[in-house]
Write a protein that binds this ligand. Structure first.
Ligand code: CDP
Length: 204
């Protein structure tokens, strides 16, 4: 079994963390956890009337499978439950163990490099302008058949970022030792190559 090697990829909504994380995980043969799905799954249960803390405490992996988790309503509900300390606490151990699993792990989210795994061997903070992020999310949502305007997607992204940055518990912010990658002007291929180059620099 090889030693743990954790790659923490944080950043604001729709910055490209998911695409970069999946590519980086495939490149190194590491397991990948999209931690946003945990908060989305809790948010989805809250929309059905479940108490947020109970939803977080009783979350099971099957809850992460639903396609409905990608909707804008669930994204907003996720960022609301994500501000609740007891919700974050309930999801902590699972994320920490995943991060330190043997064989290497890539986790993407908001607080991976700051709270979940401050000892991560490589930390990236992926950003892009709100307009570019909203455009990318609009394309994704349109492709999955969601009827929503560009203006609404931009407003949602800005609202979620503001909530994620201003919360008291595990706010969205770059770890001191994170490498920042602004993907506003980058192709997907360039963003992945930049991420891998930054990780290689930490592996040496
Ligand atoms: O895909 P996108 O970047 O739009 O969002 P996501 O990563 O699926 O996260 C959804 C929401 O969950 C975020 O707006 C955060 O409020 C919350 N979240 C968090 O607080 N901490 C994490 N590690 C991951 C997500």
């Amino acid at each position: 079994m090889s030693a743990p090697f954790t790659i923490a990829i944080d950043g604001p909504a729709a910055a490209g963390k998911g695409t970069i994380s999946r590519a980086v995980a495939a490149h190194y043969g590491f397991e990948h956890l999209d931690t946003g799905l945990l908060y989305r799954a809790v948010g989805a249960k809250v929309l059905l009337g479940v108490d947020p803390v109970q939803a977080a405490q009783r979350l099971v992996t099957a809850d992460l499978d639903s396609d409905d988790l990608r909707s804008p309503e669930v994204a907003q509900a996720a960022s609301k439950v994500a501000a609740i300390a007891a919700v974050r606490a309930a999801l902590l151990d699972f994320q920490r163990s995943f991060a330190r699993r043997a064989g290497g792990a890539v986790l993407d989210g908001r607080d991976i490099g700051t709270v979940i795994c401050p000892e991560a061997e490589a930390k990236l903070f992926v950003t892009a302008s709100p307009e570019v992020r909203a455009e990318r999310r609009f394309a994704e949502l349109s492709a999955q058949g969601t009827a929503i305007s560009r203006a609404q997607v931009l407003a949602d992204v800005k609202e979620r970022d503001a909530r994620d940055r201003s919360r008291a518990e595990a706010p969205l912010l770059p770890a001191k030792d994170a490498v920042e990658i602004d993907t506003s002007e980058m192709s997907i291929e360039a963003a992945i190559a930049t991420a891998i180059a930054a990780i290689e620099a930490r592996r040496r």
